[in-house]
Design a protein around this ligand. Structure first.
Ligand code: KG4
Ligand code: ZN
Length: 345
């Protein structure tokens, strides 16, 4: 079975070809960061227009790199949500139309299920059941993954997502968009322990997170520095970045460790854009190893948005069967992950 995957939920246009025997044959991506940098964040209408221009050339490129033709495709998977509705519609319209023209099934994929299943693209595949820490720009969740579509939410953020906390703190530090990776880079030069920012939910029972207090604390630290004439002090800014990263990483690791201890699960998957963060990967790796838990990350390029993860989730759904075929172009801005069901249930 060979499937084409399309991702267009936010600011990356991406297309991939995946074969169930041969593995990933190609994955192409065009990032719109340069387009949105000027505005300090994603401008939805610009994102949609750019997807329209990029997607078809990416499809051609992905097919050529994979050495395959349209006639060899057994399905087309596209991100149906959640995300920016205009951006989603571009990939959904293309994916559904291609599937119709080729006479193959279209598979509307949940973006977060794509992130969750991204580790399946690697040689070492996590078995079910496992614990997943899903940390992206819009979500922060601890999930017990019992099987495809069988997800039990253990806890999530009450306010900002981890990626959002990175991005907002980066903005306060005057770093360019996209802030998360920029803040992580600056933090490398920062000294640990100089700035201690809040880790709100860590001392409470349960598995919930809260990151909205962090940006207030960072704003105060930045303002204090400016008032003292230290606004341009590079070392101070790096120390703040280090403090922010430490607070986010410790909150995430603390709750993940607790969930591992309480459930006794012995496999941990870490997915979503923030799983590209080196400090987080190292800290989770130590916490998992100390407990004899096996840990799985997607490779760096598949942590952030990409089409390979959409293809792998689409292929899993297609192989499991039970997909009703209709001609609707599915695009849902809001789509709770927990509303998904295992195939055939
Ligand atoms: O999963 P993703 O690509 O898009 C969403 O579905 O949200 O995640 C993007 C998020 C952004 O908030 C971005 O700043 C963050 O992941 N991110 C990082 C790093 N790379 C991406 N945050 C911290 N450190 C990184 N290295
Ligand atoms: Zn994503």
């Amino acid at each position: 079975m060979r499937i084409l995957g399309i991702e267009s939920s936010c600011d990356e246009s991406a297309v991939a070809v995946l074969d169930d025997r041969l593995g990933l044959l190609s994955h192409e991506l065009f990032s719109q960061v340069d387009l949105h940098r000027l505005y300090g964040g994603v401008v939805p209408e610009l994102a949609s227009r750019d997807h329209v221009q990029r997607l078809l050339p990416l499809v051609r490129q992905a097919l050529a790199r994979a050495g395959t033709t349209l006639a060899e495709l057994d399905g087309v998977a596209y991100t149906a949500g959640p995300g920016l509705v205009g951006a989603l519609l571009t990939g959904a319209a293309l994916g559904r139309s291609m599937a119709f023209a080729l006479g193959v099934p279209a598979v509307p994929v949940h973006h977060l299920e794509g992130h969750l299943l991204a580790p399946l693209l690697e040689d070492r595949v996590p078995p079910f059941p496992h614990l997943a820490l899903l940390v992206s720009g819009g979500h922060t969740m601890l999930i017990e993954v019992r099987g495809l579509g069988d997800y039990h939410l253990m806890g999530e953020t009450r306010d900002d997502a981890a990626g959002e906390a990175f991005d907002k703190s980066a903005k306060l530090l005057g770093l360019p968009y996209p802030g998360g990776p920029e803040l992580a880079r600056l933090a490398e030069q920062g000294r640990p322990g100089i700035f201690e920012f809040p880790r709100p939910m860590l001392d409470r029972p349960g598995y919930e997170f809260s990151f909205s207090g962090l940006k207030t604390a960072v704003m105060l630290a930045v303002r204090e520095g400016e008032a003292a004439g230290l606004g341009a002090d590079g070392q101070r800014r790096a120390d703040i970045a280090r403090g922010v990263q430490q607070a986010i990483v410790e909150s995430l690791v603390g709750k993940t460790a607790r969930a591992l201890d309480d459930t006794g699960l012995s496999h941990l998957v870490v997915a979503g854009g923030v799983s590209a963060n080196r400090a987080l990967r190292d800290a989770l790796h130590s916490a998992a190893t100390a407990r004899g838990v096996a840990i799985y990350f997607p490779r760096f390029e598949f942590c952030t948005d990409n089409a390979a993860m959409i293809a792998v989730a689409g292929l899993a759904r297609l192989k499991a069967g039970g997909q009703a075929q209709h001609l609707a172009i599915e695009a849902r801005a809001q789509w709770p992950l927990m509303s998904l069901r295992a195939p055939g249930t």
